[in-house]
Ligand binder design. Structure first.
Ligand code: ATP
Length: 224
């Protein structure tokens, strides 16, 4: 049976990223504990989350006192102080319990976080930079999600050359080595598109493939 209990989140570090995650979760109706070493940062978020407390997350006793072990997910959003981010992650890992999601400042920081057992490492600036770059070079690209070092997913608006054609005619798999996983049309999502489905102007293709193949596809259909 699905677990219907409301998930409990803790977010450590109320910089721009942490604040955005904490308030978004709170607006989605989840319980959120916001933690920051600086009192004025916790005060600034106090009326937007369930609880906001001032604490140094590199202090194990302080984290224990907050009952951090009982949360479902802890997001470590400390950026600049890489040492504090790593130490906090280590302490959380050692305690066991929550899923640990950590913001990495750079590739090396990310590697260390992975090695010490962070469950998910995120690179917000790098990922957003990638998305913006893909959108700028090919305005048809609405979103770009990196799956691994080799593979990504793009959301691509149907270009004028594609309108009225079907997937068989476009032959994206043979020509670019990429797979159309789904077609979005308005609020509907067709997750098993047929080769004979004709594309309309409002369609958005969700395509998975190797990054270099996706770039070839993006450039082939780029239009300003
Ligand atoms: P942004 O998301 O704005 O880019 P950033 O990556 O620059 O932020 P920082 O400003 O370094 O991140 O840190 C974010 C917040 O984390 C700050 O408000 C800081 O007070 C808090 N912080 C730093 N170290 C600790 C710690 N040991 N315990 C709790 N909070 C901390």
């Amino acid at each position: 049976m699905a677990n219907t209990a409301k998930k409990q989140f803790a977010v450590i570090g109320m910089g721009r990223f942490g604040l955005s995650v904490a308030t978004a979760l709170s607006n989605m109706g989840f319980d959120v504990l916001a933690i920051d070493a600086e009192e004025h940062h916790t005060q600034a978020v106090a009326n937007q989350v369930t609880h906001a407390v001032s604490a140094d997350s590199t202090d194990e006793d302080a984290l224990r006192a907050l009952g951090i072990r009982n949360f479902d997910v802890v997001v470590v959003a400390i950026g600049e102080d890489i040492q504090a981010s790593i130490l906090t992650t280590l302490i959380l890992k050692d305690m066991g319990g929550p899923l640990i999601v950590v913001k990495a400042q750079n590739e090396l920081h990310g590697k260390v976080l992975q090695k010490i057992g962070a469950d998910k490492v995120i690179f917000p600036e790098r990922d957003m930079g990638l998305r913006v770059a893909h959108h700028l070079t090919s305005p048809n690209i609405l979103d770009y999600i990196e799956l691994s070092e080799e593979y990504s997913i793009v959301e691509m608006r149907v270009s004028s050359q594609m309108i009225g054609k079907n997937l068989k005619e476009l032959d994206i798999r043979a020509r670019f080595g990429c797979n159309v996983m789904a077609i979005k049309r308005g609020s509907k999502m067709n997750i098993s598109p047929a080769a004979t489905d004709r594309l309309t102007e409002e369609d958005i293709l969700v395509i998975v493939g190797e990054k270099s193949d996706l770039t070839k596809l993006e450039l082939a259909y780029a239009e300003s």
